[in-house]
Design a binder for this molecule. Structure first.
Ligand code: ADP
Ligand code: MG
Length: 550
């Protein structure tokens, strides 16, 4: 380890040299009370900024990060605080390209287990990106000196010092985290798949903003579905409990059905104070299913839903480079089951109609044995009674699912009502099939070395130039999770794949390792795609299964 004086000397030596000379700065430096690690220096002023880590002495009392949920929340709080200080203290661009820009990993409305700020009893570690300054391609060492010796220490000090203001905010953060964790644990105990507190704001500002809509109608539970939970800090909290089993959400177009389902989808994560969905909590294995025409499928057993294809393709180990709406949704369903999902979330709007239902008239015209698809509706009951998997489904136009529902909720001008009894009067008989657990995902994965993984926005990752389309994984919330996949998949293919394990086993292995050793144990030292946030096994599996080269 070197000293800050050595860094200063080195900086002065490389001033006005070619940009590549910045590489010589990589290393660790001791600055009085903290440590500065220059992990990776960018190749030129226009490349992804350089990666720098600060390790500060931690003076935050341990009570604020003693449990896993409190730690995640406190780290998230510190990252947001860092962002505030970067906005006020981060200097503008100085020089060419990304010169002088200081940034930290982006944050949205969700509180994710991240790596941008890490707390331990001794230290606070923050990962930042800095555009090392240049004029043209000539090193502007004086500018970097100011950043590393003036701006950065000031930003770090402001972010990390434990004062009365931070204490109050950390207390609020911990209280919210406790309450959210309490609801999560209460779900299983009370037989619920999800809970939505009264007063929650479900709709978002716009299609491109996850902020709460202003002037929205607050959510309120119908009396019959209301549950009151005794939250440790907030106290008695009334809300709608969506019971395990089969819940169908009906209502006219534009009455708020999809908005409700989206809130439930995102409820697998905790949300920040002020989001409106702080007390919307969903079973953390809930998975959004949809049709995804064009995805690839690697030896997945979709025979429950699809058999006797005219092409005679084997649907017990179905392979395609270009799935149809129904085969893709069938694969999405069994993959989620294989990965341990306990709650399936489906919106009729984004489903393949022939996967969902087949009406009577059609069944009479085209006999069952000529139709390769057995629709989801036939198994929805058995999925719950035999496999313990619940379904929450939005159905705007087809009444078929009313017959199989345990609960029917109606959204009426954004207001939820329970209409189970009325719906049951209209119910018709449904032929039911039986679902059994099996080895749905069959392909053994061979080891493979990936040289270059890149993230292109939140919805695409590429491995050695082969793109993986993540657009339809609606529960990936931002680029930091995509970054995690960019690290995890190469790690799994190199270290986990052995020609025997399937993608499901690899995904579960990664999740287990994240829990045991932390996400960083699978992230390369120079964390080229930025500081990642944790993803679930469900998304890891989904990414592996969409990678055409496995
Ligand atoms: P549906 O799926 O029933 O057709 P959506 O959920 O897509 O309806 O909602 C339709 C519109 O209403 C959306 O623009 C949404 O933002 C808005 N919206 C949904 N819930 C509320 C609410 N509680 N208050 C105000 N506007 C809402
Ligand atoms: Mg809709």
């Amino acid at each position: 380890m070197k000293t800050q004086d050595e860094l200063k000397r080195q900086l002065r030596q490389i001033d006005r040299k070619g940009y590549k000379a910045y590489k010589t700065l990589e290393g660790e430096y001791r600055f009085g009370s903290y440590l500065l690690c220059i992990d990776h220096v960018q190749g030129d002023p226009f490349a992804t900024p350089s990666r720098v880590r600060l390790r500060y002495q931690n003076r935050i009392p341990e009570e604020y990060f003693e449990s896993r949920h409190r730690k995640t929340a406190a780290e998230d709080y510190l990252l947001r605080r860092l962002h505030r200080n970067l906005r006020s203290g981060g200097k503008e661009r100085r020089g060419s390209g990304k010169s002088g820009l200081i940034t930290a990993c982006r944050v949205g409305q969700e509180i994710l287990e991240r790596t941008a700020v890490l707390l331990s009893p001794e230290t606070i570690e923050a990962r930042l990106e800095i555009g090392f300054p240049a004029y043209g391609r000539t090193i502007a060492a004086g500018e970097l000196e100011e950043i590393l010796f003036v701006s950065l220490p000031e930003i770090a000090r402001k972010t990390c010092s434990f004062d009365a203001g931070m204490k109050r905010e950390l207390e609020e953060t911990a209280a919210l985290a406790d309450d959210q964790q309490y609801i999560r644990e209460a779900l299983a105990k009370q037989g619920l798949a999800a809970f939505l507190a009264d007063g929650s704001i479900l709709p978002r500002e716009s299609g491109v903003s996850q902020r709460p809509m202003k002037g929205a109608v607050p959510f309120r539970s119908p009396e019959s579905a209301a549950v009151t939970l005794q939250l440790p800090h907030r106290g008695p909290t009334r809300g709608m409990g969506i019971r395990q089993g089969i819940t169908v959400i009906v209502g006219g177009g534009y009455h708020g059905k999809s908005t409700l389902l989206k809130a439930v989808e995102r409820g697998v994560y905790n949300h920040i104070s002020g989001d409106g969905r702080e007390y919307v909590i969903t079973d953390e294995t809930a998975f959004k299913l949809r049709a995804e025409e064009g995805r690839c499928i690697h030896q997945v057993d979709i025979s429950l839903f699809i058999s006797n294809l005219p092409s005679r393709a084997d649907t017990e180990a179905f392979v395609t480079e270009n799935a149809s709406g129904s085969t893709s949704q069938a694969a999405n369903t069994v993959e989620a089951l294989a990965c341990g999902s306990r709650v399936l979330l489906i919106d009729e709007d984004t489903s393949a109609t022939n996967f969902m239902v087949r009406d009577d008239r059609m069944a009479r015209l085209v006999e069952d044995r000529k139709e390769p698809i057995t629709p989801f509706i036939r198994f929805i009951r058995s999925l719950y009674t035999d496999l313990g998997v619940s379904t929450i489904l939005v159905a705007g136009s087809s009444g078929a699912y009313l017959s199989v529902a345990d609960t029917v909720l109606q959204m009426d001008c954004y207001e939820a009502r329970e209409v189970t009894k009325k719906a049951k009067e209209l119910a018709e008989k449904v032929t039911e099939g039986k679902a059994e657990r099996k080895r749905w995902v069959k392909k053994p994965i061979s080891p493979r070395r990936i040289e270059k993984a890149r993230v292109h926005g939140w919805d695409t990752v590429s491995f050695d130039k082969t793109e993986v389309d993540l657009r339809y994984l609606e529960q990936i919330v931002d680029e930091t999770q995509t970054a995690a996949l960019a690290y995890l998949i190469p790690w799994l293919l190199e270290k986990g794949a052995d020609g025997k394990r399937t993608a499901v086993e690899l995904a579960l292995l990664a999740e287990e390792k994240i829990r045991k050793d932390g996400l960083l144990s699978m992230v390369p030292r120079n964390y080229g795609a930025g500081a990642p946030a944790a993803v679930r096994a469900l998304e890891i599996l989904a990414c592996l299964q969409r990678y055409r080269m496995i």
